[in-house]
Design a protein around this ligand. Structure first.
Ligand SMILES: *Cc1c(COP(=O)(O)O)cnc(C)c1O
Length: 379
């Protein structure tokens, strides 16, 4: 019996017949390589199948290489980047814990929300949107008060700034303060050094510079972070994201089922990380930088000005349109007439800028040139 609430005809044509092939040039999701999509269509395996475990082991090794870490506890959380954020905070925060969050964009504000809901006593160092965080301001605040966690967003996708994570990490290295970093929009496109930068809790997302569909949040936890979890007085208030439980599924023999592995997502990420490591991390960073320059040049000729002048993230580009060009109208035309997706401004920047991703498979000459040509045609 068909459900009376589902119009079967519409479902079938939209799902199987009429989907546009859109060039994804927003800061996520990014284009997915054909071999990643192919990998994802391989046969689904059971969650304790020996081959499934092999894929999981391989994924952990690949992620350690990409994150530049030796952390034993390194695996993708099931869920998007936000699940990674939630996992880091929910495992480390207990009610009343002092947490310092550096705030210069929308995703930093989301950290404040997540930590506050867990009962953390949150202080912020507020820095203006569009410029990198002031390391001095953070240093000053850390001298005033002892914090359990210092949290920062590496690549602020709302503003197009890469924050100086290495310098901030140095402020709390070898101290009792844990360093928590969001590099959802950075990992794979720009350098991330989990160990060298003293990062204790780290998360990213599959659909940005890693060019995998949305659904996984690579994460890594240092020994200090694991020790802090072991010292908790209260249980982690979220069973699904409790790292002490999930880890038993990712290591040891036998593996202990926690939740069913999203195995086809693992295939996809495994292939995407293989693509990335075969190219080489440094080569990928160089390519992202070169494609960022190419985009800036092309858009500059059309009168678009970069919103960020200092600390610009190559992988997230904000452009202020020339006078008389409406950012949202342009976005709509790019999608309808050229099948290209770019993003609009967030928060105070809504309607004022275009946000263009130069991420993973989107950081290619053909993609950049298609976008610039389409923008020129729309003007
Ligand atoms: C995209 C993004 C997130 C959220 O990730 P989702 O996959 O949308 O849940 C968090 N932080 C940053 C910096 C991001 O760019």
């Amino acid at each position: 019996m068909r459900s009376p609430h589902v119009n079967q005809e519409i479902v079938m044509t939209t799902v199987f017949g009429k989907l546009d092939h859109v060039l994804l040039m927003a800061p996520g999701p990014s284009p997915v390589a054909p071999n990643v999509l192919e990998a994802m269509s391989l046969p689904t395996l059971g969650h304790l199948d020996p081959d499934c475990i092999k894929v999981m082991d391989a994924l952990q090794d690949q992620l350690r290489a990409v994150c530049k870490t030796r952390n034993a506890v390194t695996f993708p959380i099931s869920g998007t980047g936000s699940a990674g954020m939630e996992a880091c905070f929910v495992n480390l925060v207990e009610p009343g814990d002092p947490v310092l969050i550096v705030n210069n964009g929308l995703f930093c504000s989301r950290m404040v929300e997540v930590a506050s809901r867990l009962g953390a006593l949150v202080d912020t160092v507020d820095c203006p949107w569009g410029v990198p965080i002031s390391v001095e301001a953070v240093k000053k605040q850390l001298k005033q008060k002892k914090y359990k966690i210092l949290a920062v967003v590496h690549a602020e996708t709302s503003t197009g700034v890469n924050n100086p994570v290495g310098e901030l990490g140095a402020l709390v290295k070898n101290s009792d303060t844990l360093f928590l970093v969001d590099s959802v929009a950075g990992l794979g496109g720009v350098d991330v050094r989990v160990d060298e930068w003293g990062i204790d809790a780290f998360y990213s997302g599959s659909q940005k510079c890693l060019s995998t569909p949305p659904g996984l949040a690579p994460a890594s936890f240092s020994e200090a972070a694991m020790e802090a979890m072991a010292q908790r007085k209260t249980k982690v208030p979220n069973w699904y994201l409790d790292v002490s439980l999930i880890r038993k599924y990712w290591e040891g023999t036998p593996r202990t089922y926690h939740h069913t592995a999203p195995i086809n997502m693992y295939y996809g990420l495994h292939q995407a990380l293989d693509n990335l490591l075969a190219e080489g991390l440094e080569a990928s960073f160089t390519r992202h930088q070169a494609m960022h320059e190419r985009l800036k040049l092309g858009m500059g000729k059309l009168g678009f000005k970069p919103y960020v002048t200092e600390g610009a993230a190559p992988q997230v580009n904000l452009f202020v349109p020339p006078d008389g060009v409406d950012a949202n109208a342009l976005r709509a035309r790019l999608r309808s007439e050229h099948k290209i997706e770019v993003a609009g401004g967030l928060g105070a920047l809504a309607g004022k800028v275009l946000r263009v991703g130069v991420m993973g498979e989107g950081a290619r000459e053909k993609a950049i040139d298609s976008l610039v040509t389409a923008v020129a045609a729309c003007l």
